[in-house]
Design a protein around this ligand. Structure first.
Ligand code: PLP
Ligand code: COI
Length: 365
């Protein structure tokens, strides 16, 4: 039997790439998600043909029909991952195979085309390679945004028969305003992010669209992020608008909400669980209620709380606001366990700490 040849990704370099001095200027304190590199990867899928027309090309706007399905029914998924520049100049990714797997799971939930993991990885690597000059050193990184959308021009409600997969990249610094050692969060008691049987575990744009009203409410209350509670009882803490959450208790153990199907299975979350256990800490994936959080913060049982995700890395939560008031966690700054886990994780990601689990993927040139 003949094995099908892997789809080749053609490379069409940007005719006028950004000069090195201009790249250097744009890499200085970039605002998250505002500065983009010169290239993008696109791969098309149509029913009957499958994946085809794979290329790295100059970043440019898409031309889509006004009836393009994604504009009407939000059939869209995405990923978030980062490329790091090590001290020796080596550029690496962190557990990209996990993003490739999660992308397939999201696609399955949204009835979209199945992108082979190896093609996802080659596409991401091709973009990082061609735009390697844009990978910041120091504490910065190149945020990669692989995504896929339904591109069929059709207003009937069914899974589309045409998709575009694309990868874009932007150099980033911290997600939250720099200088903050801890963020303030708003607990939404009115809006929920996901319900059982819904799309909470998929990384689809619609989940984020639905969360924006709560994020706007959070901003109006001077908060950086929203904490969502479960849809059925408005009692159990689920996750933040764009990150998972951990609680550090006074016996040194950690608690994080379980993967119940309504939260995103974060790759940072999974990594923190493994790292903490290797460090000898107990981690319980167990439901934890908002009432318990408030009471435990007051009694001192909860010492620290942190958010984690690709964009946020590991960020301490210092204060919590809700309809009936506000409370602080510990002294309102970054706690010791949070700092230790953040240092360990970022150390591995940036090649400064040994990587026994083989999480670091060196990008070939
Ligand atoms: N939860 C949500 C809703 C997110 O958007 C993210 C970010 O991707 C995460 C959790 C954390 O996931 P990861 O650690 O894979 O970036
Ligand atoms: C990520 O961390 O990759 C996300 O998608 C979250 C968002 C806040 C940018």
């Amino acid at each position: 039997m003949n094995t099908p040849r892997p789809l080749e990704i053609a490379v069409e370099r940007h005719p006028n790439p950004t000069p090195a001095d201009e790249i250097a200027a744009r890499l200085t304190n970039p605002v998250f998600g505002r500065v983009f590199t010169d290239h993008m990867v696109t791969i098309r899928w149509t029913e009957g043909t499958g994946w085809h027309d794979a290329k790295v090309e100059a970043r440019r706007p898409f031309q889509i029909d006004p009836a393009c399905a994604v504009l009407h029914y939000a059939q869209e998924i995405f990923e978030g991952m980062k490329a790091y520049r090590g001290e020796n100049g080596q550029i690496s990714l962190f557990r990209p195979q996990e993003n490739a797997k999660r992308f397939r799971n999201s696609a399955a939930r949204m009835s979209m085309a199945d992108l082979p993991e190896e093609l996802f990885l080659r596409a991401v690597e091709a973009l990082v390679d061609i735009d390697r000059a844009w990978v910041p050193g120091g504490d910065g990184s190149l945020y990669l945004r692989p995504f896929m959308f339904a591109n069929e021009s059709f207003l009937g409600v069914r899974a589309a028969n045409e998709y575009i997969f694309c990868v874009i990249a932007c150099p980033v610094g911290p997600y939250f305003k720099s200088g903050k050692s801890a963020v303030t969060v708003w607990v939404s008691d009115q809006y929920t992010r996901a319900a059982p049987g819904g799309t909470g575990a998929a990384k689809c744009g619609g989940n984020y669209a639905a969360s924006l009203i709560a994020q706007t409410e959070a901003s109006a209350h001077g908060c950086d992020q929203v904490v969502f509670l479960d849809a059925a009882q408005h009692r159990w803490i689920e996750e933040l608008g764009g990150m998972n959450v951990f609680f550090v208790l006074d016996d040194g153990s950690l608690v994080t909400p379980p993967l119940s199907g309504t939260i995103l299975p974060g790759i940072t979350r999974a990594s923190i669980i493994e790292l903490a256990r290797k460090e000898g800490l107990t981690v319980n994936e167990a439901p934890y209620s908002f009432d318990a959080w408030r009471d435990d913060a007051a009694s001192g049982r909860v010492k620290e709380t942190f958010a984690c995700g690709t964009a946020a890395v590991v960020t301490a939560i210092g204060s919590v606001r809700h309809t009936d008031g506000e409370f602080s966690i510990g002294d309102g700054g970054e706690g010791e366990v949070t700092r230790r886990l953040r240092t360990l994780l970022t150390g591995i990601q940036r090649g400064k700490v040994a990587d026994p689990a083989g999480w670091v993927w060196n990008v070939k040139s």
